[in-house]
Design a protein around this ligand. Sequence first.
Ligand SMILES: [Zn+2]
Length: 519
Amino acid sequence: MDQVKLYDTTLRDGMGGYGMSLSVGEKVKVVQALDALGVHFIEAGFPSSNPKEAELFERLAGLELRNSTIVAFGMTRRGGVAAAEDPALGTLVGSVAPVVCLVGKSWRLHVEKVIRVPEAENLAMIRDSVAFCRGGGKRVIFDAEHFFDGYRDDADFALACVRAAAEGGAENVTLCDTNGGSLPAFVGAATAAVLADLGGTVEVGIHTHNDAECAVANSLAAVEAGARLVQGCVNGYGERCGNANLASIVPALQLKMGFEALGPEQLESLAPTSHYLDELCNMTPDPDRPYVGRNAFAHKAGMHAAGVAADPSTFEHVDPAAVGNSREILASELSGKATIRSQAELAGLEVDDEAAARAVERLKEREHAGYHYEAAPASFELLLRRETGVYEPLFELEGFRVITEMREDGRVVTDATVKVFVDGERYVEEAEGNGPVNALDKALRAAIGSRYPHLADIELTNYKVRILDETHGTGAITRVLLDSTDGQEEWGTIGVSENIIEASWEALVDSLEYAFQPR
Ligand SMILES: [Zn+2]
């Protein structure tokens, strides 16, 4: 079986997407999720000296990845400057990433009007930069920017650019549809022309954007024509209409075209990984997304459901389980229970049939109410514990109160009071914080801290809020995701409510209770 390698660019190209913003810690989580999925290359961005990038590359250097290779991204040298004199290339060669992706021009229009150098100099810029990185011990992928527009305009020049990269020692030349407007038949033909021109000396890759809604189709057409590396983003994040969506490309390659991209088990984790990445990026998972969306295998009751019950292939193009998704209405109680069972096992809990059935019901209710446990496994474990009777509450709540006050001088002050019982003893504490969640956290810790000294080791590391039904504005439901750590383990919890403080409180209590469950 032929292999197609996957190259995820969420942390570089994907960050151009509307509303995309990730902390260094979140970027590391993206890398870990993509590694677990089995993506071959992960583009981390340009390893510049700005503190955020420097910290990212430093943390990546310390990660042990099972499947993925980190790629540093940069540009070919500037015109008229020797590669060795170009500081950006020096930074790339000095980075911890074993692979460098260099982007360079391949459209005459850009060479004339944007970088304004003679054509021969553009070719030299590509050749020299690739050779310089090779000389510095890096493997090199060359991204031929605007290749398809360039090929349409002047095929000979576009091919010469790609050849220059091959001559410089690139192991792969990736053809980019940077403006995203090309159509599949043309992409396939141009890719075939490049392969014929290079004569099999260098691997060819494809990088497409979705401006004509053909990014996935164009990627598949290029693979059909012989490309063996696909660049894109799981979930198709990216500027304008996004990059090619790897979550749609991979199952097509694997289940329909006979290529190997991920292992079969890794393919089964595609849907959960897609949802998890959306959670990290604070995006609402698109329910209509092919393969991985909630509705991708949801059948209307009636004839469709009956057909699927008789034989799934009547109304399903692939087996939902193959991509880690499930059939919506026919999600039988049995499969639900089986999932619950395996989750419980992971947490070391024993679940009998009845408890599993209750947990399935509870889960359904909660998901309907807006809970989403992919990024909050600690809250999910607490749910299972409550249904199996191995749950120990930290305290009994009598009540809490939060007052946020704006003073005349413009200062905003928040006070929280928490009243709780632990083993029948009443504790009342008040605390001031920089906001309601912070004040509640402090007051709660003050109230029960003497009973649970280990609380002092637990730190909240991330607080994320999403409005679930955006059409209702401030009347909408709020989902809060919290990440916490005790310095060794890290866990995520969730709270959902119409009231942001209540949702925060719920996630906060889960985050503390999780740490104290008997194990
Ligand atoms: Zn791009």
